[in-house]
Design a protein around this ligand. Structure first.
Ligand code: C2E
Ligand code: MG
Ligand code: MG
Ligand code: MG
Length: 285
């Protein structure tokens, strides 16, 4: 009986795995169509300087609401896209869409730098650098209006290639941020070589509000490290005032998180700038 129940369980497990991969394959095909037909959207989350309340920029975050399957988290579909190679198209769509938004804001008198998330594979996409060059020279991404966010692991996947691409993009005036800092494996020797101007500390280090714990030691060291390397240090995932105060006293430069603003559509962002009270009015853009 035991053997039988094991077999049944195994069978059940396999079937579950199959429906899982079927869902994934179906959704991957639908994602491809969604990119081609412009069905994805971008939301924007502000980054503010805690000391002078200026708006430093926004991070563009992709959203997909499939007609049949409903909203799907980018954590899920970006991972599939990375594995299937679709990520290059996805990232190019994000860059083009963010550039159009940047232009629209500039026409309305707002200079708002946009940060776009880049996956490891993107750095070896032969179409990436020419596209960015075009968006910088002919589009609205000149004057450091585009920043690229890359995780430590993405950089370390092929550090020589990453460094080469980053240096080329740097010459065009692009800024780089290390995303989710502290969660990956970065080698300090590479950290020193990479042209990085912003360090984003992962929210895993931010959420704990206990002042006397070891987290504070790590947090303080990360802030010092980032600033010592000449970076602006941004804390991700700030969810309450206490957390914000603590970061301020630790000397962190900027914050991003639900406490300041959730990721919102572009038109809501201008209203947020004018009405939320977070952004000093002389420093809106
Ligand atoms: P990320 O780049 O680290 O983005 C920050 C994530 O934290 C976002 O989740 C954001 O909504 C969420 N977040 C912001 N503030 C708070 C907070 O106070 N509390 C909590 N709990 N969460 C907060 P989202 O939009 O679901 O994106 C998740 C991840 O998916 C991103 O992490 C990024 O790695 C990836 N992603 C999103 N959009 C893109 C994209 O356009 N391209 C690529 N390659 N990856 C993307
Ligand atoms: Mg990011
Ligand atoms: Mg992050
Ligand atoms: Mg993340």
């Amino acid at each position: 009986a035991k053997a039988k129940s094991l077999r049944i369980r195994e069978c059940y497990y396999r079937r579950e795995q199959n429906t899982h991969s079927l869902r994934k394959l179906t959704l991957l095909a639908r994602l491809k169509t969604a990119i081609e037909q412009d069905q994805l959207t971008l939301v924007y989350q502000p980054k503010v300087n805690i000391h002078n309340h200026s708006l430093v920029g926004v991070e563009a975050l992709v959203r997909w609401n499939d007609a049949e399957y409903g909203p799907i988290s980018p954590i899920e579909f970006v991972t599939w896209a990375e594995k299937s190679g679709l990520i290059n198209r996805l990232t190019r769509w994000v860059l083009n869409t963010a550039e159009e938004q940047s232009r629209a804001w500039q026409v309305q008198g707002y200079m708002i730098p946009i940060a776009v998330n880049i996956s490891p594979t993107n750095l070896s996409d032969p179409k990436l650098i020419p596209l960015i060059e075009q968006l910088v020279t002919e589009g609205s991404f000149g004057n450091s209006m585009l920043e690229l966010e890359i995780t430590e692991n993405a950089m370390m996947e092929n550090p020589e290639q990453a460094l080469k691409s980053m240096e080329e993009l740097c010459k065009m005036g692009l800024k780089f941020a290390i995303d989710d800092f502290g969660t990956g494996l970065s080698s300090f020797s590479y950290l020193l070589k990479m042209p990085i101007s912003n360090l984003k500390i992962d929210r895993a280090f931010i959420m704990n509000n206990d002042e006397n714990d070891k987290d504070a030691v790590i947090l303080r060291s990360m802030i010092k490290l980032g600033q010592g390397l000449g970076c602006i240090v941004t804390a991700e995932g700030v969810e309450d005032q206490l957390c914000l105060e603590r970061l301020k006293s630790l000397g962190c430069d900027c914050v991003q998180g639900f406490h300041v603003c959730r990721p919102i559509p572009a038109d809501e962002l201008l209203r947020w700038i004018d009405d939320s009270g977070w952004v000093a009015q002389d420093k809106a853009a």
